[in-house]
Write a protein that binds this ligand. Structure first.
Ligand code: DON
Length: 308
């Protein structure tokens, strides 16, 4: 069943919002600690151009880990599957997103592109003549997918993460030692923190989700923005690793490709059906939006989202 109105969606938002006080906003990136824990927004973008939204839809948020899907798509476009997967694996970890443990105990190749180590290896592969050129290319790609040329990054949040990203620096230095990264780590961290700080609202995010849902085609112009195989790979990672160590439970309770970020954003891409953008900054203990997860469970039941 399809959503029929903003009011219908608002009823679900009102129920899910009850969970906001039970979570916590991320504070390991100091600027994220200022987010309003009580906010929740959602948008659904259907391939015929219909857009439904509810909650605090005007709020902008940074993509954080959701950007890992977009950087992966660009790196795959830049280099092709064979090259990219020489440097990053395809397996879920079951560990927290910033864990360093498996890097040492497995092959020193990060297990997948959705954990921080893998995402750093992917961002390293984005082509360009300088860090700023590589970032400009990524930003253009995101503007194109969202059909919003005004999308930019939040300088304050990027700076705040850059100044405190010691764990990510450690992951990057470890991979540099093992030959997986061969650029200056400060430049890579600059690019990665700007990538994570790309900012938008839930409607923009739902549109990007819809492009992936439609196998890489622009829902309005039908242009192939992302090659079909690249869109397929991204959606598969979203299913197996998109919600970190909650991915298995999420597959049972919601059953769609989705990617979360510590800002409280979640992007969903339901194959051939619709794109979803959510933001609720209050997080559960595994770093996913607590009300956003509840909302997805409720929507999945009401609209029969599950692919399984
Ligand atoms: O690298 C980091 O730690 C953040 N910029 C992104 C992490 C993130 O969003 C994990 N999400 N659940």
């Amino acid at each position: 069943m399809l959503c029929r109105s903003n009011d219908e969606l608002q009823l679900l938002v009102n129920q899910a919002k009850d969970l906001c006080p039970d979570g916590k906003v991320a504070d390991y990136i100091p600027a994220l600690a200022e987010a309003d824990q009580a906010k929740l927004s959602v948008a659904l973008f259907y391939p015929d151009g219909r857009l439904y939204s509810a909650g605090d839809t005007k709020e902008n948020f940074t993509l954080q880990s959701i950007s890992k899907v977009l950087a992966l798509a660009l790196a795959l476009i830049d280099h092709g599957e064979e090259h990219v997967f020489q440097w990053v694996g395809k397996e879920p970890t079951g560990d927290p997103f910033n864990s360093i443990a498996k890097l040492e105990t497995t092959t020193s190749k990060p297990l997948n592109p959705m954990i921080n180590a893998g995402a750093l290896a992917v961002t390293h592969m984005i082509k360009g003549s300088s860090v700023s050129h590589r970032f400009e290319r990524l930003l253009e790609f995101v503007r194109c997918l969202s059909s919003n040329k005004d999308i930019d990054y939040n300088e304050e949040i990027a700076k705040s993460e850059y100044e405190t990203a010691h764990l990510n620096r450690a992951l990057a230095f470890f991979m540099k030692q093992h030959g997986a990264i061969d650029e200056k780590i400060e430049g890579l961290i600059d690019l990665y923190t700007k990538q994570c700080a790309i900012e938008m609202n839930c409607m923009d995010l739902a549109r990007i989700g819809c492009v992936f849902a439609m196998d890489g085609r622009d829902p309005e112009t039908d242009e192939q923005l992302v090659p079909l195989d690249v869109a397929r790979i991204c959606k598969t990672f979203m299913v197996t690793c998109g919600m970190y160590n909650a991915s298995g439970e999420f597959a049972i309770n919601v059953g769609i490709p989705a990617k979360s970020g510590v800002s409280g954003g979640i992007m969903g891409a339901i194959p051939k059906k619709c794109g979803i953008g959510i933001c609720g900054p209050s997080l559960d203990e595994r770093g996913n939006s607590i009300a956003g997860m509840k909302l997805l469970e409720m929507m999945s039941k009401q609209y029969s989202f599950s692919m399984f």
